[in-house]
Design a protein. Structure first.
Ligand code: F6P
Length: 330
């Protein structure tokens, strides 16, 4: 877990991959903690692309004022193809070396940590990751920065859809993000009182789904919300709607894809606090010799998890929440 971390003099911070609410709060925490410990702090624009293009600038405490409550990431983010190449990473290291930057904090998800791990190993530069993704799919932290806000955003939308679904006796399929993880779907499905939740983690068949719809009708439900996780195994949400329509032609079925609005908005209190804690601990981890690890919180305890484990170990959805959602949606 330790790397060449003695005498760290400066820290660069970047955000990478899909943005998430609270990334700004995490950047602010890294910058202010770095300055607190008398280190130089640099911000990298556009994620790993900015490392390669030398878009690296020194930040001071005022550079991060009034961003705690702002959604997105003021440093901007990218999914860099060039950083996947050895040449790209070599150029990135050259740029950091030229500025005297000797450590890095990466705020992002799976893909970002894969790049960080390779980069740190290749050039022996200490790197610590902060989990920043709405998907909550990282092993080594019970929550990722942005997940809580995204849940609240989805919930607000589903509550509104519920109003119109009830007024018109309609069945709504609401698709939520999460890539191949069903955290957002499960949590918001339970919190919104959805009739059904279609998750990537379950092998639900059309027979199961049709049986559930029949059960709903038998229980005199006149309108229904089904939360569909984008990575589910039944298929694209519009196809699910078509198949439902074929079997239940009398049902008035609508599809709402919530899409990228789930990634925006001012971070919740929980996300701001989490981002602040993890940002400070990322810096303290670096200064204490940690490298190639992701900082996280598990059972309310601070943890550092090797990048390999954070990436390759699976973060499991809470099976008890799934069971409870089934009990409550009869
Ligand atoms: O990882 C965050 C996420 O929003 C996923 O939930 C989603 O599948 C993906 O990113 C979308 O990526 P993009 O914004 O590049 O289309």
């Amino acid at each position: 877990m330790t790397g060449n971390t003695k005498n760290i003099k400066s820290i660069a911070v970047l955000t990478s991959g899909g943005d998430s609410p609270g990334m700004n709060a995490a950047i602010r925490a890294v910058v202010r903690a770095g300055l607190f410990y008398k280190k130089k702090v640099f911000g990298v624009r556009n994620g790993y692309d900015g490392l390669i293009d030398n878009r690296i600038e020194e930040l001071d405490t005022n550079s991060v004022k009034h961003i705690l409550n702002a959604g997105g990431t003021f440093l901007k983010s990218a999914r860099s193809e060039r950083f996947r190449t050895k040449e790209g990473r070599a150029q990135a290291f050259k740029n950091l070396e030229h500025l005297g930057v000797d450590s890095l904090v990466v705020i992002g998800g799976n893909g970002s940590f894969t790049g960080a791990n390779i980069f740190s190993e290749e050039f022996e530069i200490p790197v610590v990751g902060v989990p920043g993704t709405i998907d909550n799919d990282l092993f080594g932290s019970d929550r990722t920065v942005g997940y809580d806000t995204a849940n609240n955003t989805v919930l607000e939308c589903v509550d509104k859809i519920r109003d119109t679904a009830t007024s018109h006796n309609r069945l709504f399929l609401v698709e939520v993000m999460g890539r191949d993880a069903g955290f957002i779907a499960l949590n918001t499905g339970l919190a919104s009182g959805a009739f059904d939740i279609i998750l990537p983690e379950e092998n639900k068949t059309y027979e199961d789904l049709f049986a559930e719809v029949k059960r709903g009708a038998a229980n005199k439900k006149t309108s229904n919300i089904i939360i569909v996780s984008e990575g589910n195994k039944l298929g694209p949400t519009y196809d699910i709607a078509k198949n439902l329509h074929k079997n239940f032609p009398h049902l008035d079925i609508k599809v709402t894809i919530l899409g990228h609005l789930q990634r925006g908005g001012s971070p919740s209190c929980l996300d701001r606090v989490l981002a602040s804690e993890l940002g400070v601990h990322a810096v303290e981890g670096l200064l204490n010799g940690k490298s190639r690890v992701m900082v996280g919180k598990v059972n309310n305890q601070l943890t550092y998890t090797f990048f390999e484990q954070a990436i390759f170990n699976k973060a499991y959805i809470n099976q008890d929440l799934l069971r409870i959602s089934k009990i409550l949606s009869i």
